[in-house]
Design a protein around this ligand. Structure first.
Ligand code: GDP
Ligand code: MG
Length: 196
């Protein structure tokens, strides 16, 4: 490994219904800009976050922004392969977008592995007058449904964007450390002779 290689390259999947703000949030995190009326993402779009440092580890994020249209849903199980973390987003002004989490989280847990960090994110918290889901309810759903973390964000004013990606990165680093330790334990066992 050269001095410029990151310690980890993580694939994060952005999931959730159409128009909850997945593309806007990813874009804001990478480019620090909010572009209103982004065209509906077709299929999948990638964003790369150049190195951030988490717990002393240099981490590069590959953000896979999923289109969210029903006709692309068939791709999700395949996209989950090799993912290190997932962000499931809903829109705090539209309750139906939170209700759809069951069908998504089931697939994620089955395909990515049960210990892959999944964050529940309520986006558009800047739309105070249109809010239809309280933060308390969001936290309650996150706890009840086995999410690893929760936050409310705004891709418009930037609320909690960096901290959300930093939190999921920390969870992913911790998971990698656990897996590496388990691997070492397995490798450390000397040969034994059976039947003596
Ligand atoms: P996606 O389909 O989940 O990728 O959603 P988009 O990022 O395309 O956003 C859908 C619409 O919601 C666009 O018109 C965005 O400008 C708008 N939008 C996204 N995030 C926010 C937010 O945090 N606040 C507000 N007010 N509008 C948002
Ligand atoms: Mg999109």
């Amino acid at each position: 490994m050269t001095g410029t290689d990151p310690d980890y390259i993580f694939k994060i999947l952005m999931l959730g219904d159409a128009a909850v703000g997945k593309t806007s949030l990813s874009k804001h995190y990478i480019e620090r800009a909010f572009t209103p009326d982004i065209r509906l993402t077709v299929g999948i779009q990638f964003f790369i976050k150049q190195e951030i440092v988490i717990e002393g580890k240099r981490v590069k994020l590959q953000i896979w922004d999923f289109g969210g249209e029903d006709r692309f849903r068939i791709m999700v199980p395949t996209l989950c392969l090799g993912s290190h973390g997932c962000i499931f987003m809903y829109d705090v002004t539209r309750p139906s977008t939170l209700n759809s989490h069951h069908s998504w989280t089931y697939i994620i847990k089955e395909r990515c592995g049960k210990d892959v960090p999944i964050m529940l994110i309520g986006n558009k918290c800047d739309l105070v007058n249109k809010r239809a889901i309280s933060m308390e309810h969001g936290i309650e759903v996150a706890k009840r449904s086995g999410f690893t973390g929760f936050a409310e964000t705004s891709a418009k004013d930037g609320t909690n964007i960096d901290s959300t990606f930093e939190t999921i990165s920390r969870l992913m680093v911790e998971r990698m450390r656990r897996l590496e330790a388990e691997d070492k334990n397995k490798k450390g066992k000397s040969p034994i002779i059976i039947g003596d």
